[in-house]
Each structure stands twice: as C-alpha cells, then as structure tokens.
Design a protein around this ligand. Structure first.
Ligand code: AN7
Length: 348
C-alpha cells in the first residue's frame, strides 16, 4: 500500500488519545543516506538521517502531525507556538491543512528566510517578539494556560510521541539501533523523542540502544554550561535557545545512553555544513551540528568512531537558510551568450 505518513505506519506505538483525528502530509519515511567517503576517513559506517526531506523541510513535521491531529480531535480552533522557524512553518502547514488558525511567535530578526516565508505562505499569523525564542515561549505558555488556544511546541507531549517515529525508522532500516546517534540540541524535544523511541523499540523488538551525542552551539549551550544562557547567539539560529524546555530529559538521555552533550563553535558548524554539501547533502547550519560534534571529538581523540555504525541526524534542509551561503560567495560570473565566451571561461 502507498505510504500514508507516520500516524498510519507507527500509530500503534504512539501514546495518542482516542479522539485523535489524523492530519497528515505524508511526513516521515525519510532516507538514511550512507556517507561512504567520510565514513572511510573516520573508519566507521556513517549514515545521514535526512530529515530536511520532510514536507515542510524539517523533522518538526513528525511531531506536528501528532500534535495537530490531537488538537483537531479535541475541537481546538487555534494553535500557537514559539519558534526559531521550523516549528512555525510546520505548525502553519498542518494547521492550514486542517482549517485551524495558526499563530506563531518568532524572535525578531533571528529567523532564517526560508522558514519565515514558509510560515507566511501556509497562512499563519506571524508575530515577531522583541526578545529571544525563550521569551516567546514564555508568552505562549502563559496564553495557552489562560485560554483555549492549543500549544504545539514540544512541551506538548504528542509532539514527542510523533517524533519517536524517526528512531523507529532508523531501527527498521538498519534492522537494529546504531552504535551512536549524533544530533543537534536546541529546545531538547528531539533528543528526548529519539531516546524514548529507541528505548520503546528495544523493549518491543530487542533492537538495541545507541549512545547519544547531543550537540549544542557554543553560544547557546546551556546544557553544557549547566545553567541557562540569557542571550544565546549562534549562526545556527534554529538552536539559538538558552532555556531548553526539556533540558533535564536531554541530560537523562545522554547519561542513560552512556553518551554526552557537547558544544561546537559556529566555525565548526559552518565547515561541517560544507563537508556535508561536498557529499551532496545540503543542510541548514544547525543540522550540521551533530556531525560537527562527532568530527571535533574524533580530531581531539576523545571519541573513537572506528568500527562503529553511526547515524547523524540532519534536521533541516539547506533551502531553509540560503542567505548563509549566498552572503558568503561572490556573484556568479556573467558572460555574453556566445560559445566563445563560455569556452574561453571554462576550457582553460
Ligand atoms: C533544524 O523551530 O526549536 O532540540 O522553534 O529547527 O528538539 O529543539 C527548532 C529546533 C535542530 C533542535 N535542528 O531541536 C523551532 C525549534 C533544527 C531545528 C533543532 C531545531 P530541539
């Protein structure tokens, strides 16, 4: 049967209320792409779980199909979220599909253009907040406590349920869990979901458990520093978050899995974005953090990838943030439309 989305494929394993009414854009079922060249360099079997290939270009669609399906079933008419961009675009799309009003709060001037454009295109009411993501999330929590508006940030437990599906897919594709899973950490919903998903699948199918490497940006690394960051700053705007809502669960996931949470610099994030692109995989900066962390720790000798099966999660597509690339290259060469001009340029 044709693929019908994650609620259809894995709904039995997700703890969703009976009133849930599926709203899907056929999210999930993303490819696990081998990186043989880089894997050989590192001495490991390396894969990218390319979550940028979801319907709105990020992993958020897995949790959003669940959260919106529950909200619709409960009779909600309006949903709201705070977002560094991807949650906003995803909430906007799933709300549009189900006829709900979507309101999204974003930190002023700090959201990549592809995400903002998505939220607008899908018809959300976009509001810029003079503050950080964390300030916007506090507002969202307050208004959803005082009104019937439904919250669709990853504080919403159904978001976590939906996002577990990525762990199930990886185990199904590899026939077992990898040795390591490396991923970026912002508000810490995704690391929480993966760990819950791997544990659940292991209980059901003895698929094994990965060690988890969570990676923050150095300028927004509350879980590495051990305290909130009031003014988070990083080129990876998706993870520019100083007070992760599920920070404790992220630390639990790292400890229970015998993994770790580390930070990488913006320079390391951007150089890893280029390395992934050189393998044909263009991701937004935050999405390069998992691999950046793996490579940085391998370079210092603190991590030994040799002989391991490693999955890096690339959470969002490069098209989300084209400016990061276009701002740093010079405009392409312009030539007259003649064979002579073309051949003298490229046949040196
Ligand atoms: C590409 O969209 O928080 O640790 O508001 O967009 O589960 O927060 C985005 C987060 C990683 C971090 N990669 O995931 C939002 C938002 C990308 C992201 C993360 C985000 P979490």
């Amino acid at each position: 049967m044709a693929y019908q989305g994650i609620l259809h494929r894995y709904g039995q394993l997700l703890d969703l209320p009976a009133h849930t009414q599926p709203v899907s854009l056929l999210e999930g079922n993303t490819p696990l792409i081998p990186l043989p060249r880089l894997g050989r360099e590192l001495g490991c079997e390396l894969f990218v779980k390319f979550e940028g290939l979801n319907p709105t270009g990020s992993f958020k669609d897995r949790g959003m199909t669940a959260a919106i399906s529950e909200a619709v079933g409960r009779g909600a008419q309006t949903v709201i979220c705070a977002s560094t961009g991807n949650t906003a675009a995803s909430a906007a799309a799933y709300a549009a599909r189900s006829g709900l009003r979507a309101i999204v709060l974003i930190p002023e001037g700090k959201v990549a253009m592809g995400k903002l454009a998505g939220a607008v295109a899908y018809g959300a009411e976009v509001i810029q907040v003079q503050g950080s993501f964390d300030d916007a999330l506090s507002l969202v929590v307050e208004i959803t406590q005082k009104t019937q508006i439904a919250l669709v940030n990853s504080i919403n437990p159904y978001r976590i349920e939906g996002q577990k599906s990525a762990a199930f897919e990886i185990c199904d594709d590899l026939t077992h869990a990898p040795d390591w899973l490396c991923l970026p950490v912002g508000n810490a919903g995704n690391i929480t979901s993966y760990w819950a998903g791997f544990k659940q699948y292991n209980q059901l199918k003895a698929s094994g458990l990965p060690q988890i490497l969570g990676v923050q940006a150095a300028g927004a690394a509350p879980l590495v520093l051990g305290h909130p960051v009031d003014k988070p700053e990083t080129v990876a705007t998706a993870i520019r978050i100083g007070r992760p809502a599920r920070g404790e669960q992220a630390i639990e996931a790292a400890q229970e899995s015998n993994g770790m949470i580390i930070a990488v610099s913006d320079a390391e994030i951007l150089s890893t974005q280029r390395i992934l692109a050189s393998e044909g995989i263009w991701v937004e900066p935050a999405s390069a953090a998992g691999l950046a962390g793996l490579m940085a720790r391998t370079a210092t000798g603190e991590f030994d990838p040799r002989g391991k099966k490693i999955v890096v999660v690339c959470t969002g597509h490069g098209l989300k943030d084209p400016a990061i690339v276009t701002e740093s290259f010079k405009s392409p060469e312009v030539i007259p439309a003649t064979y002579l001009a073309l051949s003298s340029l490229i046949l040196k």
